[in-house]
Design a protein around this ligand. Structure first.
Ligand SMILES: Cc1cc2nc3c(=O)[nH]c(=O)nc-3n(C[C@H](O)[C@H](O)[C@H](O)COP(=O)(O)OP(=O)(O)OC[C@H]3O[C@@H](n4cnc5c(N)ncnc54)[C@H](O)[C@@H]3O)c2cc1C
Length: 420
């Protein structure tokens, strides 16, 4: 079996590259094995949230020129990144995701731990505001929050959220809403996950009962009030929450729950569907086990399939340590499929910083590439191979809040290079 391009890894970066290539008319296959880090997705895409001093960035595209040369954005060039960011925004919207954010200015989202973090684009369902803190009197920024959990649901720490909001000066009260059908069918607390609740909420009658129950919990509906719920609505789109909003007539928002994140599953489902509709091929549960590089090119890859699968170009989108795109033993960090060159501290003592809340060096370890995202092996670029997403070195998704941005931008850059 032969393809124009084979993508290894079905997370955000692999799917983005796949969609861009399929749109360009390529015959593309994507080998997807194992869960991706979209299971931890907050509901917000970031481009660049913090600068080198750890200060929140308000206009991410303006800040790119200050990044070190080793950062993937710096390798691609600030002008190129600005164009690719606009393309990424369109691609997500075309795939069917309802987004907020103007693509230029960052806004703020709230984590399940009640902390505000800068974000570039957010799913329309999510609680966000423009300034670092919600402010009284600003119509765009709800100030009085009623935070509701669903009885028996353990993955939404409401008290943390409320505490965080109060620390920012807002009013926040917490409530628990019973969802009778959930209680009736529940055999153990462990089966009450965001996904199982979302399946129930697809039913309009259950949604109406839930809306009535929530309304009965709101003591004094008033202006500037916002209902905040765990993100348990809409595995494949935002329709259930939109319906709930129109049933209730007050602003209703969600915050991502602890993993697995339903919002991340939605992004994955929507992008996969779009990729397949564009003619892309997904090999599910297909783990690539090794790849052969000969004469400066990938000549073949091995997977569980008995049939040999080849392509003109290959994209490595296997993620970082979490997804086994990078592996570490006590001596070294390595890339397991092609044994590519790695940018990492040579001594183990340089891997971590003893102050655990400081930026950790290992977070920016990854595959070394040239400025076209061709990985290096033995210091030589592999011509028909591209590395994209969090397998790349030179950025720290946690400290810089640039993880999904790097995935989207580098995937589109590689796809543009391949499609010419
Ligand atoms: C805990 C955590 C929380 C995060 N939260 C956020 C957030 O809230 N907002 C945000 O913007 N970013 C967040 N990020 C960052 C963001 O999720 C990632 O930067 C980005 O989504 C990475 O996408 P990726 O496709 O590069 O890698 P991954 O999501 O890691 O996907 C790689 C995929 O490749 C597969 N794979 C690996 N090896 C093989 C193989 N040999 N064969 C086939 N498949 C293979 C893996 O199983 C996986 O499915 C978070 C990251 C982590 C780790």
């Amino acid at each position: 079996m032969s393809f124009d391009t084979i993508i290894i890894g079905g997370g955000l970066s692999g799917l983005t590259a796949g969609i861009a290539l399929a749109k360009a008319g390529q015959h593309v296959a994507l080998a997807a094995a194992g869960p991706s880090t979209l299971s931890y997705f907050s509901g917000s895409f970031d481009l660049l949230g913090y600068n080198a001093e750890g200060k929140a960035v308000s206009r991410p595209l303006d800040e790119i020129k200050n990044l070190p040369a080793s950062h993937p954005y710096a390798k691609l060039g600030a002008g190129n990144v600005a164009q690719l960011a606009a393309k990424a925004h369109s691609l997500l919207a075309e795939a069917g995701l309802s987004l907020k954010g103007d693509g230029i200015n960052n806004h703020f989202r709230i984590t399940p731990m009640g902390v505000a973090r800068p974000a570039w684009l957010s799913l329309d369902d999510c609680l966000t505001w423009e300034a670092p803190q919600p402010s009284k009197g600003d119509e765009k920024s709800p100030f009085n929050f009623q935070i509701l959990n669903i009885e028996g649901f353990l993955d939404f720490p409401v008290e943390f959220v409320a505490y965080g909001l109060r620390q920012m000066g807002a009013q926040a009260t917490t409530h628990t809403v019973a969802l009778n059908i959930l209680q009736a069918n529940r055999k153990s607390p462990y089966e009450t996950r965001a996904t199982s609740i979302a399946r129930l909420m697809d039913n309009d009658e259950i949604l109406r009962d839930f809306a009535a129950e929530v309304e009965s919990q709101i003591p004094n509906p008033q202006s500037q009030i916002a209902i905040v719920l765990p993100a348990v609505f809409g595995l494949s789109g935002s329709e259930p929450l939109q319906k709930l909003r129109s049933m209730m007539g007050v602003p209703v928002y969600v915050i991502a729950t602890l993993p697995p994140s339903l919002l991340g599953m939605r992004v994955q489902n929507v992008l996969r569907k779009h990729f397949v509709e564009l003619g892309g091929n997904i090999f599910h549960e297909s783990k690539v086990t090794s790849g052969i590089i000969s004469g400066g090119e990938v000549t073949s890859i091995a997977s569980g399939y008995s049939e040999t699968v080849t392509a003109d170009n290959y994209i490595l989108a296997t993620g970082s340590f979490q997804s086994h795109g990078l592996v570490a033993d006590y001596r070294k960090v390595s890339e397991p499929l092609f044994n590519l060159d790695i940018d990492a501290a040579s001594s183990r003592t340089g891997w971590t910083c003893p102050a655990i809340f400081e930026s950790q060096p290992y977070m920016s370890f990854g595959v070394s590439t040239d400025s076209h995202l061709h990985p290096l092996r033995g210091a030589t670029a592999v011509r028909n191979l591209y590395a994209v997403g969090s397998v790349l070195s030179g950025h720290n998704a946690l400290a810089q809040a640039d993880g999904t941005g790097v995935s989207l931008i580098t995937a589109l850059a590689a796809a543009a290079s391949i499609a010419g």
